[in-house]
Design a protein around this ligand. Structure first.
Ligand code: IPE
Length: 251
């Protein structure tokens, strides 16, 4: 595969984060059309949960794990993010993108909240057939905590390394990483500590922008940069043009 892009769609761009699980169909359709028209050869999409998963994960305290007899939250949260995933896949298929949903709960294992294995040979076969796997932040069984939440950003980091992706992009509802009003053009391990990074006011069990940057700096340390940009600039990112956002690099 010459060009393999991983694209993360933040939960805040595909759902209305202020409401109880409301899918933003207008945004989703526009994203799907942009992807359908993009000049790319290989694509994996990872999406977040937004209002379809974060509130449930918080209500059932899945960030603290799960114990026998109290497993309802695992099912409830997985079902709601899976339903969101089905909507994302449908929107893409409607405009001709050969998308197929893949659920981390079924193919991943975590320990202490971190992904330790992700069976991805089937993703490589899907990509070889020209398909677009659509993966999502999910509940994953955890060897120490019973269960945990694995964010889309953690999945991106893992998969970008495992599949040797050429480009990694995160589409968000803000123009990039903001330090006050200013978009930070580049973040490296050397510059990150001097930044004042704000956080989302919505329920977020996976660390918001700070969690995202930590994952991406980990990815940069493994040799792969990542770009964070506003979803309105998705076409520019996919075309390899300037997107006005933030580049996270190894420094
Ligand atoms: C969260 O995924 C998954 C669940 C809460 C089940 P993300 O952390 O990637 O979601 P967003 O992008 O912040 O909404």
């Amino acid at each position: 595969m010459s060009d393999l892009v991983i694209l993360k769609l933040g939960g805040s761009v595909i759902t209305d984060k202020g409401a109880d699980c409301r899918v933003n169909r207008i945004a989703l359709n526009s994203i799907a059309t942009t992807i359908a028209n993009a000049p790319i050869s290989g694509l994996i999409i990872v999406h977040g949960a937004g209002s379809c998963g974060h509130p449930e994960a918080k209500r059932y305290r899945l960030d603290k794990g799960a114990v026998a007899g109290q497993t309802e939250g695992i099912t409830v949260t997985h079902r709601i993010v899976s339903a969101l995933n089905a909507e994302v896949v449908s929107a893409l298929r409607e405009v001709g993108v050969p998308a197929l949903g893949v659920h981390p709960l079924h193919v991943c294992i975590a320990d202490k909240g971190r992904l330790i294995a992700f069976e991805n040979r089937h993703l490589q076969e899907m990509l070889a057939l020209g398909m677009v796997p659509v993966i999502h932040g999910d509940v994953v069984m955890d060897l120490s905590h019973g269960a945990c939440i694995v964010s889309g950003d953690q999945l991106v980091r893992y998969l970008a390394v495992a599949l040797k992706c050429t480009r990694v992009g995160l589409a968000t509802d803000v123009p990039g990483v903001l330090d006050g009003e200013r978009v930070v053009p580049e973040i490296t391990p050397r510059t990150v500590d001097a930044l004042h990074i704000g956080n989302s006011s919505h329920t977020d069990v996976t660390g918001g922008m700070k969690g995202k940057i930590d994952e991406l700096l980990g990815l940069a340390a493994a040799g792969s940069g990542a770009d964070i940009f506003e979803v309105s600039r998705l076409g520019d990112f996919l075309a390899g043009k300037d997107h006005g956002g933030t580049k996270v690099r190894g420094g």
